[in-house]
Design a protein around this ligand. Structure first.
Ligand code: PLP
Length: 372
């Protein structure tokens, strides 16, 4: 069996160090926030070339408090993309603001910057680009439009730890960057976690309060806040894992290069690494016509794959109230019908990659000669 990802392998490889980290937290009994979380905040912010990191209990919470810190609320509009995980859009609605979509670019699958200005209204307050699959959105034009219209830019970097745009690390390119440490992400906790990274002192101070019931100090609640605090075990474990992240990212990139080479000349479209990007391949998504059949054929050979995502957010049942229809965002819609995510994780082996590519080839030979 070739799994889609292998979290167990990663934990097992680090087991001695993780055990020590857990023991340290048990010893100190700092189960919520505390020294390990503070140290991880500093180390992860530095990794992102950012000044401040504020640890929270999920990527969704990170997006929620970042939007709140930017002053977003009822009646405001936030521009994002429909080709993303639902949490991007849900976090906007948590603030009572309205999500407004623009379609994605067909090559990068990230925000089509040419469509941005056409959806800006007097109510627009922020742009929330998503660094989908581990590749950054085209940030310079986004920042330029934001500057011209006085909008805040919040990066959804939940899939893109360590990704770069023209040599700049995600998380510190916009006004704020939001990360998830859900176990399957490129940097994953042994539980839930998230972080906001920013260079802005005021945003950092506000977010620190919002995640902890709006307290400035104990029982002095200056804002209406939340219990979004990061747990001490996660901080300690993430510090161990952060030391491996660059090596893991390089392994992912090497696997992607290997897939690209073996799949070149076939009739699947391999993911584009844009000239401005350092793609960190959270997901390695190929595109092709008979996607569902290929997925079934691979499953029959015990090769697990994923679809990111099968339905764009504007067509999800829960979001019909936004008023979009099939055809509203043709690029996002055709991507949802054609993308297939192949197994991708640092511990993946070259022989597994070769086996996956061979099975993709077998499928095509069968489809092209149905009588064979
Ligand atoms: C995972 C993810 C989130 C949400 O993170 P959680 O930690 O699961 O709350 C948000 N946006 C994107 C693009 C994601 O992939």
């Amino acid at each position: 069996m070739i799994p889609f990802m292998d979290i167990k392998a990663q934990v097992n490889a680090l087991r001695p160090e993780i055990d020590v980290a857990i023991a340290r937290v048990l010893e100190s009994s700092q189960f919520v926030l505390g020294e390990e979380v503070a140290a991880f905040e500093e180390e992860f912010a530095a990794y992102c070339s950012g000044r401040y990191g504020i640890g929270v209990n999920s990527g969704t919470s990170a997006l929620h408090v970042a939007l709140l810190a930017a002053g977003i609320g009822t009646g405001d509009e936030v521009i994002t993309v429909p080709l993303t995980f639902v949490a991007t859009v849900a976090s906007i609605e948590l603030t009572k603001a309205r999500p407004v979509f623009v379609d994605v670019d067909p090559h990068s699958l990230t925000m089509d910057v040419h469509q941005l200005e056409s959806v800006i209204t007097p109510r627009t307050k922020a742009i929330l680009p998503v660094h989908l699959h581990g590749q950054t959105a085209d940030m310079d034009p986004i920042l330029e439009v934001a500057r011209r219209h006085n909008l805040v830019v919040i990066e959804d970097a939940a899939q893109a730890h360590g990704a770069e745009y023209k040599g700049r690390r995600v998380g510190s390119i916009g006004d704020m960057g939001c990360f998830s440490f859900y176990p399957g992400k490129n940097l994953g906790a042994c539980g839930e976690g998230g972080m906001v990274v920013t260079n802005n002192t005021d945003y950092a101070r506000t977010i620190r309060m919002l995640r902890d019931w709006g307290q400035e100090r104990k029982y002095h609640h200056v804002l209406k806040g939340y219990n979004y605090r990061m747990d001490g075990f996660q901080g300690a474990i993430l510090r161990v894992k952060l030391r491996k992240l660059e090596a893991w990212t390089e392994a992912r990139r090497a696997h992607a290069a290997h897939y690209n080479k073996l799949l070149s000349g076939s009739n699947v479209v391999t993911p584009a690494e844009m000239p401005y990007a350092r793609h960190v391949y959270h997901v390695y998504a190929i595109r092709m016509g008979e996607r569902n059949q290929l997925q079934q054929a691979l499953q029959a050979k015990a090769i697990q794959t994923g679809i990111h995502y099968p339905i764009p957010v504007h067509l999800l049942e829960a979001y019909t109230d936004l008023g979009y229809r099939p055809g509203s965002f043709p690029q996002a819609e055709s991507a949802t019908n054609e993308v297939l995510s192949l197994p991708m994780y640092p511990e993946l082996t070259i022989s597994a990659i070769e086996q996956v590519v061979e099975s993709v080839g077998d499928f095509h030979r069968r489809v092209e000669r149905p009588c064979f």
